[in-house]
Design a protein around this ligand. Structure first.
Ligand code: GLU
Length: 495
């Protein structure tokens, strides 16, 4: 029987969750769910200098908000917590485990103590640079006699533990995405495994933890490929079975360069604050390096689980296209229930919900949702509904007409609107029929009537149509008055 699949995300709390991290978490989660396995969330906080306050909570809570909950390790339920039988899941709480394993490597001569001072290492680097050879530790401390080592340790001389990389060996491993990867051990440095403060480096901790936590599939970003040969050597030294390696393609900007802040490499929190819906963002992220090989583009988390497959992960860089994200987000906005959407839009609207009736907001949203790409756009788009907008009188003039004609049409409109049944104004379809009849009966030009009407109501070059606008205003107690007042304002601008 094959082993239960166990995947993990192992973020360092050195910053808030970014798109790349969200993608790693999602793919690890999807594969675990798809195979009935477990997804583990472990925190790699061994780089003490780079810790960022609040990052841990941000990562765990953000994943929770996307519905990506770990079966083991860190998870969020009103607060941050850990669960599972392979804990602790925070590396800084596992120092004794790494020390024990470092000792095991020393005993096997797969690792060794190094007492070199930073001055000596700097000298070494300088001379290697002068000789134009790649910087590498020269194994100076590899063959120190045992009693000298003991003495130095007894004297509390600062030291690290280094990996004893064998010379002249081919390190080979299979990657599910990239196939066979091969590198000469001569190109691998004698990596520090345990630092002088007793903390492990990433390389030792990641291998020990992936083994002890019984991780079967290491699914992570491409940027970790160069580290993998060091990990392979460690697995070999411990005589541990290798996990399956799955390195996800790099995220690229539209110009196929490394993704920068300007191209959208900002924290997930910033995306959500701009009004991208979590479901849409997740759908978009799923396509960064994966493709269902069908036409379908809209996937819920559940559908992603059903369709996910490691074989469908691409090798080449995944282009991060903000226009595509806007498009997907627009799709999700349009699909969303209007009342629910309104709730999400309120924080971006800056208008007192108590001053205007709810129906007014609902109507605004039901017309705007057709065009909206992200929630944050709503504020600038709908300000004119709440207050008579300022604009240039020229805007009221239909392209085939003139000021006088606009004035005349607006005066006619005031008359008609004053006498029409308010029920007609309250229904865009009915008012469309009504006004089109009026235009036909009076042999008027459609644009010459509807253009100034729409501009008078919105003050804008582009907006929903005049019938939709009247429908919105008709939800106000004094809806007709509001419409007439805006038409009068337009007349004043034209005189
Ligand atoms: N701590 C590493 C990171 O910050 C984890 C790399 C890995 O998945 O092995 O991404």
């Amino acid at each position: 029987m094959s082993k239960t699949v166990r995947t993990r995300m192992a973020p360092s709390p050195t910053g808030f969750l970014h798109i790349g991290g969200l993608r790693t978490a999602l793919f690890d989660y999807l594969y675990a769910r798809k195979t009935g396995g477990k997804f583990v969330l472990r925190i790699e906080d061994t780089d003490r200098q780079r810790l960022v306050e609040g990052a841990l909570e941000n990562i765990v809570q953000s994943l929770h908000d996307f519905g990506i909950e770990a079966d083991e390790g860190f998870y969020w339920k009103n607060k941050i917590d850990q669960r599972g039988e392979h804990g602790p899941y925070m590396q800084s709480e596992r120092l004794d485990i790494y020390a024990k394993h470092a000792q095991e490597l020393i005993d096997k001569r797969a690792a060794y103590y190094c007492f070199c001072t930073s001055e000596r290492l700097a000298e070494l680097r300088k001379s290697q640079e002068a000789q134009k050879v790649p910087p590498k530790y020269d194994k100076h401390c590899l063959n120190l006699p045992k009693d000298e080592i003991d003495q130095k340790i007894q004297n509390n001389e600062p030291h690290v533990v280094r990996l004893n990389v064998p010379t002249g060996q081919q390190i080979v491993f299979e990657d599910v995405v990239h196939g066979k990867i091969e590198i000469s051990s001569n190109d691998v440095d004698d990596q520090v495994l345990l630092k002088s403060d007793g903390f492990p480096t990433y390389h030792l901790a990641v291998v020990v933890d992936d083994h002890l936590m019984e991780i079967t599939h290491v699914i992570r970003g491409d940027e970790w490929i160069p580290s993998t040969p060091k990990h392979i050597l460690l697995y070999q030294a411990f005589r541990w079975e290798l996990p399956v390696f799955v390195h996800l393609p790099l995220l690229l900007s539209k110009s196929r360069k490394k993704l920068s802040k300007r191209d959208g490499d900002v924290s997930v929190k910033d995306f959500l604050a701009q009004g991208y819906l979590p479901e849409a963002l997740l759908n978009f992220v799923a396509f960064l390096g994966w493709n269902p090989k069908t036409e379908q583009e809209v996937f819920s988390l559940k559908e992603l689980v059903e369709n996910f497959d490691l074989e469908k992960i691409n090798k080449s860089g995944a282009v991060f296209d903000l226009d595509k994200l806007d498009w997907i987000n627009g799709l999700y906005i349009r699909k969303m229930d209007t009342e629910l959407l309104l709730e999400k839009l309120v924080p971006y609207m800056d208008h007192d919900m108590k001053v205007f009736p709810k129906e007014f907001f609902i109507k605004i949203v039901s017309h705007e949702k057709k065009r909206l790409k992200k929630l944050s756009e709503i504020g600038e788009r709908v300000g004119y509904f709440f207050k008579q907008p300022e604009y240039e009188g020229e805007l009221l003039v239909w392209k085939k007409a003139d000021k006088n004609d606009a004035k005349e049409k607006i005066s006619k409109l005031i008359e008609v609107i004053n006498s029409v049944d308010e029920k007609i104004l309250a229904d865009a379809k009915q008012s469309e029929t009504f006004f089109k009849n009026f235009i036909n009966e009076n042999k008027l030009d459609t644009g010459a009537v509807l253009w100034p009407l729409r501009v008078a109501l919105s003050g804008r070059q582009a907006s929903p149509g005049p019938f939709e606008l009247m429908e919105v205003f008709a939800t106000l107690k004094n809806g007709r008055d509001e419409i007439i007042s805006r038409l009068n304002f337009a007349l004043k601008l034209l005189s």
